[in-house]
Design a protein around this ligand. Structure first.
Ligand SMILES: Cc1cc2nc3c(=O)[nH]c(=O)nc-3n(C[C@H](O)[C@H](O)[C@H](O)COP(=O)(O)OP(=O)(O)OC[C@H]3O[C@@H](n4cnc5c(N)ncnc54)[C@H](O)[C@@H]3O)c2cc1C
Length: 465
């Protein structure tokens, strides 16, 4: 009944119903959930609206899906339902160069947007390391960050307006230019629980006149983290300030030959962007600080090709760990920058307690840690050890005054951890906001909110990373 109605409304090409086809949509980059009841691939907003109305009438929940690169089970159907996947809505709809903005469909891949506007010397600033695959819709729903969000801000700072299909299949639009409540900002980061993004106006930035990239090596991780705090404390905001430890640089060099030193305990990748006239002063100030904190080497990338290679290595770091481990689990926590050394010690201790290899690659300037825990998922003991270690790292971040996610979101994975950082009253306030948009909880149920009275027992998804 559900499947036939969707086929009648959207056409057979736009609906997947075979168990094999649908099983692909039971995964994201973190976990496996249940097969959905149907998958639709809409061509436009009318299709999305029709699919939502049919799902509602058939009493099926609705899960929006971009590229499925999410790392917290956000796009995974937990109760089955209809998955609305945006692979066919991937166009740049309008470009306003003068006002530096673009209207895009949600399935547009992040990097494709920057590539499409590069000729006009523009770019889209939020640059998650997944940007070759992840979509603007998924980025909006998770308020994605990325290396350059240190100076440019996260996705919420770059979304100017949205077209949304609501829980009843009705369409509404928002704009940051509207007076009154900023509904655009409320919808960004809502992980598909408040509405489905079917188009977005996004801000484009002018490419900087000059970009410099430096690779700085340290003999100790602690010294590198102290240097990060000191750079920002000195009032310098590089356009990116990333850290990798020796486990990661070894894997990256083996995979990419990107130009990172492999004899250092930690490496900082620092980028400054702006006016050429300011660059020498920036370089001198940063060099002075890192040397005062015990840097053992300093290298400037001289050419665009060298800079690109360093960034390709950094953004491909998670994939490069395939060289050293069959699987990895990514934790995502945030701590105050001054607590980075303590947070990294806690990561080391937690992984050490289970003899797990851990590699750290992260947005150091934001205090946003991403310990990658290496394991083999065919070994149940290692899986249990990874889950326990991930939990211990989460708790240590909270104990240091940080929080349970820097950028990947809450999704299914961290829903129960919400009670560790929010009181019952806080969660009730959030639930009231949700109830305004989606009182029946049909949009991406079983996400963000801790298991509770309104949630049926469900089979937990399985770790797949
Ligand atoms: C190797 C790797 C590196 C990564 N690096 C980063 C990083 O640097 N920064 C970062 O923030 N994240 C990073 N991520 C996580 C992930 O890429 C981001 O969360 C990304 O924004 C997800 O986009 P997606 O298109 O894959 O969305 P999906 O995984 O498909 O969905 C994510 C969430 O968005 C919702 N959603 C998707 N589309 C819509 C829509 N149109 N309307 C409403 N809701 C929707 C889904 O329901 C789900 O809750 C990384 C992931 C990997 C695998």
């Amino acid at each position: 009944m559900l499947q036939q109605r969707l086929i009648d409304a959207l056409g057979a090409d736009a609906v997947k119903t075979s168990p094999e086809d649908m099983s692909v949509y039971a995964f994201d980059a973190y976990s496996q959930g249940r097969n959905p009841s149907a998958v639709v691939l809409p061509a436009d907003v009318r299709d999305v609206s029709a699919a939502v109305k049919i799902a509602r009438e058939c009493r099926e929940p609705i899960v929006a899906r971009g590229a499925g690169t999410g790392l917290c089970g956000g796009a995974v159907p937990i109760e089955g339902g209809v998955v609305i996947a945006f692979a066919r809505m991937h166009r740049l709809l309008e470009l306003d160069v003068r006002r530096r903005r673009a209207r895009v469909q949600p399935g547009l891949i992040n990097l494709d947007l920057s590539r499409a506007v590069a000729e006009m010397r523009l770019f889209y600033a939020p640059d998650p390391s997944s940007q070759k695959a992840s979509t603007i819709g998924g980025n909006i729903a998770t308020n994605a960050g990325g290396p350059h969000c240190l100076s440019y801000g996260t996705t919420v700072n770059h979304v100017l307006g949205l077209e949304i299909v609501d829980e009843n299949g009705e369409v509404f639009t928002t704009s940051i230019d509207d007076a009154g409540y900023d509904l655009t900002a409320a919808l960004v980061g809502s992980e598909g629980t408040l509405g489905i993004v079917t188009a977005a106006w996004v801000r484009l930035m002018r490419l900087p006149e000059s970009v410099r990239v430096w690779v700085v090596a340290f003999g100790e991780i602690e010294a590198a983290s102290e240097a990060v705090s000191a750079i920002v404390a000195a009032g310098i905001v590089p356009s990116a300030l990333e850290m990798m430890d020796a486990v990661i640089t070894a894997a990256v060099e083996e995979a990419f030959h990107a130009g990172y030193p492999t004899d250092a305990a930690a490496v900082l990748l620092i980028e400054s962007a702006g006016l050429e006239d300011d660059m020498n002063a920036y370089e001198a100030a940063i060099k002075h600080i890192v040397e005062a904190h015990g840097a053992i080497s300093w290298r400037s990338a001289r050419t665009q090709a060298e800079r690109d290679a360093l960034w390709a290595g950094r953004k491909g770091a998670a994939g490069a760990t395939g060289r050293i481990s069959p699987n990895y689990y990514t934790q995502d926590v945030c701590v105050p920058r001054s607590k980075l050394p303590a947070a990294l010690r806690a990561v080391e201790e937690a992984a050490g307690a289970h003899r797990l290899v851990v590699g750290n690659v992260f947005h150091a300037g934001d205090g946003n840690l991403h310990p990658l825990l290496m394991y083999d998922r065919r070994d149940a003991r290692q899986v249990a050890a990874v889950i326990e270690t991930g939990n211990a790292i989460l708790q240590s971040a909270i104990d240091l005054g940080g929080t349970i996610s820097g950028e990947h979101g809450i999704g299914y994975e961290k829903r129960d951890a919400m009670t560790r950082v929010y009181s019952t009253d806080d969660l009730a306030t959030m639930a009231r906001v949700r109830d305004v948009f989606d009182p029946q909880r049909v949009l991406n149920p079983e996400k963000i909110f801790p298991r509770g009275a309104r949630c049926p027992e469900v089979k937990p998804p399985t770790l797949v990373q």
